[in-house]
Design a protein around this ligand. Structure first.
Ligand code: HEM
Ligand code: HEM
Length: 219
């Protein structure tokens, strides 16, 4: 068994799943919307900003630059997957890395646009609602609406791909996202990963949450 995901990537991921899952449901059905949608969206903003910092100072397999690889490698990885020959990785694969970047970008756009808008009756107002002229606010409202659809599609593809790895490549990617460890089966040496320090993560986490709390008037 070797370590693959540090505790911060795992905490980030499963907190994100809970918060974004709730945001999709509350946004689409209205359940819990008035009480919690704004707060959950601000938590997602904090999580994403934290992940961007962790992508600079965190573990080497969480670095944002390590996710930017030649797109041709992503294509050849998907070909290997289709041929049921996808190798084990000690981080994101070449295609998954791009998906992670797109997902972070769309989540950031969703949370930021949310901060400038309000619902029709203005019962729920983002922290910066009213700062921009109403034409711009309407534009951001439309972006929030359209981007929500894009995000749902992306999450669907994300979950389907996790199932494809399980069925086609016999790789259970979920367990390591929970336990942080994988059973390394290949003959080749596992790639070296330099794990970031827990304390650095904690400092980033607290700093980002305090900054978002102040910007969003939690205190
Ligand atoms: C709202 C739903 C979800 C969102 C927004 C989301 C987002 C993400 C993000 C951003 C990452 C990259 C993690 C990082 O590098 O920090 C990731 C990875 C991952 N997610 Fe999700 N996720 C969602 C739901 C799920 C669900 C339901 C599952 C389980 C079925 C899942 C399983 C995984 C796994 C296994 C990885 C690691 C993939 C790999 O090994 O490269 N995700 N997800
Ligand atoms: C990443 C974080 C967020 C996600 C995933 C998200 C998701 C959604 C979804 C799915 C909808 C329904 C879109 C539609 O089909 O019309 C919605 C609507 C909305 N969201 Fe968010 N949201 C987020 C952040 C925020 C934040 C921070 C606020 C701030 C208050 C906010 C305020 C609103 C408002 C006002 C609506 C329109 C409700 C209506 O008039 O029907 N959202 N959001």
């Amino acid at each position: 068994m070797i370590k693959i995901w540090d505790v911060w990537v795992r905490l980030f991921h499963w907190s994100l799943v809970l918060a974004v899952g709730f945001l999709f449901i509350s946004g689409e059905t209205g359940a819990g919307f008035f009480d919690w949608h704004r707060l959950a969206g601000e938590i997602v903003l904090a999580l994403v900003v934290f992940r961007l910092f962790w992508g600079i100072v965190g573990s080497s397999n969480a670095r944002l630059l390590s996710l930017v690889v030649n797109p041709l490698r992503a294509v050849s990885h998907l070909r290997e997957l289709a041929a049921r020959k996808a190798p084990q990785e000690r981080g994101h694969n070449a295609a998954g890395g791009w998906a992670v970047l797109v997902m972070l970008l769309l989540l950031f756009v969703q949370a930021i646009t949310g901060m400038f808008i309000a619902d029709d009756e203005e019962w729920v107002e983002g922290a910066f609602h009213g700062v921009l002229p109403s034409a711009n606010t309407d534009f951001l409202y439309n972006i929030h609406h359209m981007n929500a659809g894009l995000l749902q599609l992306l999450v669907l593809i994300h979950v389907v791909m996790i199932a494809v790895y399980f069925l086609f490549a016999k790789q259970n990617l979920i367990r390591p996202m929970i336990t942080g460890r994988i059973k390394w089966l290949s003959d080749r040496e596992p790639p070296v990963v330099r794990f970031g320090s827990f304390i650095t993560g904690l400092i980033c986490f607290v700093a980002v949450f305090v900054a978002v709390a102040m910007a969003a008037n939690w205190l």
